[in-house]
Design a protein around this ligand. Structure first.
Ligand code: XBP
Ligand code: MG
Length: 235
């Protein structure tokens, strides 16, 4: 790694945990409950994941429907998305998710080595809180120095805003950061903010193009990490 990494910035969905199937189910459950005849199957959802943010995803989906189909205004979309979030959080609290292998030991070692941690995610703070409470028994503020969540920015990934916010709020240099991402749009956001980037794709993003990534690993378990990162965290 080019410079000593002083801060590791974790993406959330797909990186801390394989969350997207649960998000997809929460969207579909919500559509059903409000009487919308929309259903996002896996291949539709894979395509929709090119758009970060649930509200933005709904808007994009709707824009491709034929004229005459139901058209939701911003306010309706916001209400729909709030319902989806409530469903998702309820399921997470009930234990529907677990961390990706390797995440817990990376976090533990980083804390021991006094490497700062941050989170940068297009999802909302409540979702991140439910995830870390359920999977690590902690509020995310106890783990991460700063939480850049989708509710704080105008433009989500692949825009650089979330990563720029981390740099600004933590007063740190991009060259001293390593971002860990699972998707192309996430990687583009981190690279756009001039960060070294490690990609470990999640299930929905196995076919994404990660050409611009600095590092790549199929799994985040210690033995699969790039050598430099393994040394930094575990030696
Ligand atoms: C993932 C996203 C989110 C989730 C759904 O973000 O783009 O939109 O798919 O969550 P990241 P919301 O990989 O940056 O963590 O419905 O709350 O947007
Ligand atoms: Mg992600």
């Amino acid at each position: 790694m080019k410079n000593t990494v002083k801060t590791i910035i974790f993406d959330v969905d797909g990186t801390l945990a394989e969350t997207e199937e649960l998000h997809r189910k929460a969207f579909n459950e919500t559509f059903h409950k409000v009487g919308l005849d929309w259903y996002w199957n896996k291949s539709t959802y894979k395509e929709l994941l090119k758009i970060a943010g649930g509200k933005e995803r709904i808007k994009s989906y709707q824009s491709h429907l034929s004229q005459g189909d139901i058209s939701l205004c911003e306010h309706d979309i916001s209400i729909l998305h709030t319902k989806k979030t409530k469903t998702y959080v309820r399921w997470v609290k009930n234990g529907a998710l677990s961390l990706r292998p390797g995440i817990k030991s990376m976090i533990t070692s980083a804390v021991e080595k006094k490497i700062k941690l941050a989170a940068a995610t297009s999802t909302s703070l409540v979702n991140l809180v439910s995830l870390t409470k359920s999977c690590l028994g902690k509020d995310p503020n106890e783990i991460f120095h700063f939480l850049a969540t989708g509710d704080l920015v105008k433009k989500k990934k692949p825009a650089t805003e979330l990563y720029d916010l981390v740099l600004k709020e933590m007063s740190i240099k991009s060259e001293e950061c390593l971002a860990i991402e699972d998707s192309r749009i996430g990687m583009l956001a981190a690279k756009g903010a001039n960060m070294q980037t490690l990609v470990s794709p999640s299930a929905y993003h196995l076919d994404d193009d990660f050409t611009e990534s600095d590092y790549f690993c199929g799994s985040l378990e210690k033995e699969h990490l790039p050598e430099e990162l393994r040394q930094l965290l575990f030696l």
